[in-house]
Design a binder for this molecule. Structure first.
Ligand SMILES: NC(=O)c1ccc[n+]([C@@H]2O[C@H](COP(=O)([O-])OP(=O)(O)OC[C@H]3O[C@@H](n4cnc5c(N)ncnc54)[C@H](O)[C@@H]3O)[C@@H](O)[C@H]2O)c1
Length: 455
């Protein structure tokens, strides 16, 4: 095909020979048997720490805390302040990072501090947009958890704030900085799976915690947490601890399975393919088991049409998530092409390629014989069937690489891999998947202009 001249068996084989040469040079480790090959992926050291960067964490729950822990592994990064609406989280932060840590319930107090260079936003989804915009206008660089925004109409304002302020803004789908995603991008471009025509991803979960039925703390009350602020940018309701601690189940605060999980897939898929997104989005699903008052489905299927563009041919994407799944297992991301497929994670890529064009199907062989190909059964030299490229031992992982990417951009005035435009293009199809489910219709989206298409 025209747009991917390299996407051929020959292109990939050339790359493979280069990899073999690299093995000889000792930069990649390889162990091969007759049909399987294994390569180690290495991360070269990024930089030495020059300037110190002071960060603050806004939203110190599970992910925000984890993000801060990872950020602090990057040389020269110091945590100076933490904000959360729930006092226990602030006490936990002091216990973890020291009694001197400044803590507050108000993110505006964090943004007013002169000693804060950058903030990590790990709040519930419904606060991402407002805090991101306020932070950039207060002169802070922002690492905002995914999905970048809570609804599709919120994205342009974040993009505008990033442009106006020139601050570094990074969304937290860590996979896009990982060795696994980088290798997949390289393999796809080299033609390792031929012409892309399909991609898929699925999650299987079944226990209550995985299905968002988190424990409710005994001390939860309007004394220990700031409920009024929590609901101040959405529908006002009386205090409800489930809506605070199990927020993923409610549309005022969370973004359902699509915003929580599918969005990672969009980020990785767009990074690997260079895509800007699908133009048609349709979803189905239902609430099958977790009848605990939640407003979101526990089984969700999403189907997405990607149009042909310069970066890739037209292809289809299928995503599914099942929170009542006893059997089927999880696949992060699979890309399927005319000559093979790739299973992609943050740490490895398993490439499967057509073994050969030979067939032992008697009908096919008979047809060949009739067509005059008398040598149809001749044995062939076969290329390897399966190759795994795995991060070498000690690899710190996508989350660390993602933080390094963020801090390097701040230090060296560079671009980040997942800026507001990228983050919005990943969030939009996920959020539109929810809209499709709730409105029971296909959503049409212009991924280039980042606008809904009105019919
Ligand atoms: N990148 C990933 O792999 C990943 C994984 C899990 C969660 N996340 C994202 O991280 C975010 C947090 O998820 P979580 O699982 O940590 O939830 P969580 O409930 O554990 O933490 C959210 C915290 O935000 C606080 N908060 C809410 N509104 C606030 C406000 N206005 N000001 C200050 N604090 C506020 C809450 O008090 C709570 O402590 C979500 O957006 C989620 O999608 C990302």
């Amino acid at each position: 095909m025209e747009e991917k001249k390299d996407a051929s068996r020959r292109g990939f084989i050339k790359t493979l020979s280069t990899a073999a040469a690299a093995v000889a040079a000792g930069t990649v480790a390889m162990a091969a048997d007759k049909s399987q090959s294994f390569f180690y992926l290495k991360r070269q050291p990024f930089f030495s720490a020059n300037d110190n960067i002071n960060i603050a964490l806004i939203g110190a729950g599970g992910m925000g805390t984890q993000d801060a822990i990872v950020a602090l592994q990057v040389p020269g990064v110091k945590l100076v302040a933490v904000c959360d609406l729930y006092d226990t989280r602030l006490k936990d932060a002091k216990a973890r990072w020291g009694a001197d840590l400044f803590t507050t319930r108000s993110y505006k107090e964090i943004l007013a501090r002169k000693d804060v260079d950058a903030v990590i936003i790990g709040t519930t989804d419904h606060w991402h947009q407002q805090i991101s915009i306020d932070a950039m206008h207060a002169g802070k660089h922002v690492y905002c958890e995914k999905p970048m925004v809570h609804s599709v109409d919120e994205g342009p304002a974040v993009i505008k704030a990033q442009k106006e302020t020139g601050k570094v803004f990074m969304v937290g789908s860590q996979g896009v900085s990982s060795l696994g995603n980088e290798k997949a991008k390289e393999l796809l471009a080299s033609g390792a799976i031929g012409q892309l025509n399909y991609a898929e991803g699925f999650w299987a979960r079944r226990n209550p915690i995985e299905a968002w039925q988190y424990p409710l703390p005994a001390d939860a009350s309007t004394q220990t947490l700031d409920w009024d602020t929590y609901v101040s940018n959405t529908k006002k309701r009386p205090f409800d601890e489930k809506r605070f601690f199990r927020w993923r189940n409610y549309t005022d605060y969370g973004t359902g399975m699509a915003g929580d999980l599918f969005v990672h897939l969009f980020s990785s898929l767009h990074f690997v393919t260079g895509s800007h997104g699908p133009n048609k989005i349709y979803a189905s699903g239902g609430l099958r088991y977790w009848n605990d008052g939640r407003e979101v489905p526990d089984v969700l299927l999403g189907t997405f049409d990607y149009p042909k563009v310069a970066a890739h041919p037209a292809f289809n994407l299928s995503l599914r998530c099942n929170f009542v799944d006893g059997t089927s297992g999880t696949t992060y991301l699979r890309l399927v092409g005319s000559e093979g497929s790739m299973d992609v994670t943050w740490d490895d890529v398993t490439l499967k390629r057509n073994k050969s064009f030979a067939s032992d199907d008697p009908f096919y062989l008979e047809q060949l014989r009739k067509s005059g190909n008398g040598n149809a059964g001749r044995k062939m030299i076969l290329p390897p069937e399966q190759m795994t490229y795995a991060a070498e031992k000690g690899y710190k992982g996508g989350p660390y690489d993602h933080m390094v990417n963020f801090f390097t951009a701040i230090r060296e005035n560079k671009k980040v891999v997942e800026d507001a435009i990228f983050g919005y293009r990943a969030a939009a199809p996920a959020l539109l998947c929810n809209d499709s489910y709730h409105q029971d219709r296909a959503m049409l989206w212009d991924p280039e202009k980042m606008q809904m298409i009105k019919k």
